[in-house]
Design a protein around this ligand. Structure first.
Ligand SMILES: Cc1ncc(COP(=O)(O)O)c(C=O)c1O
Length: 374
């Protein structure tokens, strides 16, 4: 009895949690303004401003078997994805969003001290996942032009390096990397190379065909962006055959994709016409917004192959502009880390035409007021 009491009094959550977790930052949206603005336009998380295909919405409405588990190995979903991308379902791992597939990949590979090479600025989840598994996230930064340093990446690989993670097109810079640089890394790296193609449908480019030639390539995708599925949480990876026996041992039960999300995803993937039209609309709106931004003095949108724009402003620090936009109900992202070379930039997701116009109008007003005050 007294032992139990002693045990209870020494319960210490801080001690229970692995040290690696203590070191991690908390992933949150930027704090919003204290007073909630009357109108809110979310251009900060690269979501689609459009709903999923009407077929997907109808499938969600018609779905009733919520009391039943989905297919055990998500086979129906994996087959639908396979048909969509032209790859065998047996090489596909699905997940509750690509974040979940990334987690499965890191769980598969990383023991304490193992290394993963990333190129910052890039999707921040990579670093946190690796560190959370006690791995070493090794940064070989992008060049000042936001290009991949293929030579530097290959030089950084050592015997503890398990994975090179490349985001193409890259978030948050928006650009596609040089094809030859990526192919060189895949061809010469003695480890796994994973290419995160979350924005592939907007780029119209993919390294999937390269999987035929290289046994060390993984392609990662999501339905969050092009198909308007951010809230549904459906992502996937296409893996080398040789890794599948191991992945099948750690793949989360049911791939973590709900039965209703599966029904929606199957319907959405079959409605290519709708998805393509949405992507074309977002790309056209992105290019129109870039043209309009270029007309503002000192404003320079960088080339984008995604559903967002990284925009350079004529200010040393774009943080105050981001906060001013937020007070006016327009949420965009700012990456202040000086090492990223993006302190003067904002990342803005492409919204509806009206939302883009609202962003443009408010940005013009804020920059104009700053100019007059200077
Ligand atoms: C490059 C990249 N990878 C992965 C993800 C996560 O996608 P999902 O919504 O499928 O988890 C995102 C989302 O913003 C992303 O930008």
């Amino acid at each position: 009895m007294s032992q139990t009491v002693a045990f209870r009094t020494t319960f210490n959550p801080e001690k229970l949690v692995r040290p690696a977790i203590h070191q991690l930052p908390t992933y949150t949206r930027d704090g919003g303004p204290e007073e909630k603005p009357a109108r809110e336009i979310r251009l900060d998380w690269n979501e689609s401003p459009y709903p999923p295909s009407p077929d997907a919405v109808a499938a969600i409405t018609a779905f009733a078997a919520h009391n039943r588990y989905p297919d055990f190995d998500a086979w129906t979903l994996r087959e639908a994805i396979g048909r969509y991308i032209g790859a065998p379902a047996s090489r596909i791992v699905a997940g509750a969003g690509l974040d979940n597939v990334l987690e499965t990949l890191i769980h598969l590979l990383i023991e304490p001290g193992d290394r993963v090479i990333i190129s910052e600025p890039t999707f921040m989840v990579y670093e946190w996942l690796v560190r959370g598994h006690d791995g070493d996230s090794v940064n070989v930064p992008l060049t000042p032009e936001f290009e991949l340093d293929a030579e530097g990446i290959l030089d950084a690989i050592d015997e503890r390096t398990k994975l090179v993670l490349i985001c193409n097109p890259n978030n948050p810079t928006g650009n596609l990397f040089d094809v030859k640089a990526i192919e060189r890394i895949v061809a010469e790296a003695p480890c796994l190379v994973a290419i995160d193609e979350a924005y592939a449908e907007f780029a119209g480019a993919s390294f999937l065909p390269l999987m035929e030639r290289y046994p060390n390539l993984v392609i990662l995708r999501t339905m969050s962006k092009f198909a308007g599925f951010a809230g549904m949480r459906v992502g996937y990876g296409v893996f080398p055959d040789a890794l599948m026996p191991y992945l099948l041992r750690i793949m989360p039960g049911f791939c973590n994709v709900s039965a209703v999300a599966t029904a929606a995803a199957v319907a959405s993937l079959a409605d290519d016409e709708y998805n393509r039209a949405v992507v074309a609309r977002i790309v056209a709106d992105r290019d129109a917004l870039a043209d309009q931004l270029r007309e503002l003095p000192g404003v320079e949108p960088l080339p984008s192959a995604t559903n967002f724009l990284l925009v350079r402003l004529p200010v040393a620090d774009a943080g105050p502009v981001q906060r001013e936009l937020a007070m006016r109900g327009i949420y965009v992202r700012h990456f202040g880390n000086p090492a990223f070379g993006m302190g003067d930039c904002l990342r803005v997701s492409i919204g509806t035409t009206e939302e883009n116009e609202a962003f443009l109008g408010e940005l013009e007003a804020i920059l104009g007021a700053r100019e007059r005050a200077a």
